[in-house]
Design a protein around this ligand. Sequence first.
Ligand code: SF4
Length: 416
Amino acid sequence: MSATRSVPVVQAVTPPATTNRLFVAGAAASHAAHLRSYGPLATETITNTLLVALEASGLTGRGGAGFATWRKLAAADEARADRVLRSSPIVIANGAEGEPRSTKDATLLQNSPHLVIDGLLATASAIKASQVYLYTVAENFRAVQHALNERPDARHIVLVEAAESFISGEASAVVNAIENGIALPTDRIRRLSDSGLKKRPTIVQNVETLAHIALIARYGARWFRSIGSDRDPGTRLVTVSGDVQHEGVTEVAGDTPLRDILATRGVDRSNVLAVLVGGYHGTWVAADNLGVELSAAALAPLGGHPGAGVLYVLSKQRCGLQATADIVQYLANESARQCGPCMFGLPAMAGVLTRIASGHRDPNLRRELRELSDTVAGRGSCHHPDGTARLALSALSVFADDANHHLSGRCTRQSR
Ligand code: SF4
């Protein structure tokens, strides 16, 4: 990506200097409080030079996949340039947050909705989008509608209700929901950035990513990178839940060790068996490895990824195999059952895991689970089976000793 002009920066206030970047304006911030805290942003003047700042910032998507944000915008911008005027792009803010263990997007939309709106308007202006949507679940509607009503520059944003389901936030499901009222993934032959909603170039961007875009548009890439590490710059929101006293959302610097994040929620590490990182499509990390940082690069050797910034804690009193069986059963129930892997493979995987967890002494069960995981991965229209297979395989690896105990009838943990 190359360009010569710089992004217009309006810096009326001192930029945030700590890891508290996204909630500086306080709880349920009004537009006035937002402007006092962050200063104004003339979103309508922003051009595609914003992409230069985004590339320099190193911002990656905070919705789960972790793509470089600037690349997504560049793809839609390039598609627009190849098209006649009627095919101008569409931008959709994705606040569906189907991941049951994540509450970060709801927390953001209910407390800092104006950062999300700024980021949405800035993105739309940068790629000359003609239509703008904000897609989220009913619980966030009141806060978002109130915020939209507060500002004349947001009147054209269309608010769309998302279904409460695990897959309603998958990008093609978002487009399908807005276009046809059906929040299910669709087979994609072409990229959404080429042909999405109404066959126009479409960007589906997570709401936290948009909030970071709003701050980069104000304060620039160098400011964004002043916290975090070179390989994971900026901050990210993390939802800590499970066997913890204080569940909730915390904003941390990129590349922060898991143990330090858990400490912000008062977790007693001596009683942690493992932590599920990234959400229900994520990977278990054993207690011995809690020094690993929450970044794509650090987690890769463990087969993990930050995903949507979820840390789900399992205490030593719980059974990791049973917890995984419950999650895989949930994921099997949540699939649209449009494709073979979800219709047959996921329920079968849940069944095998449940048999291992409940002490069936069948030495073939582990092999059966591995074969099922291999069979479903990469065979669906979306990545739902892949994520489920990843979770199941990580349970077999991290809870290998437990599996030995179960298969020999020697498990002493609680079943859940
Ligand atoms: S893989 Fe599963 S969740 Fe994805 S489209 Fe097919 S049936 Fe639906």
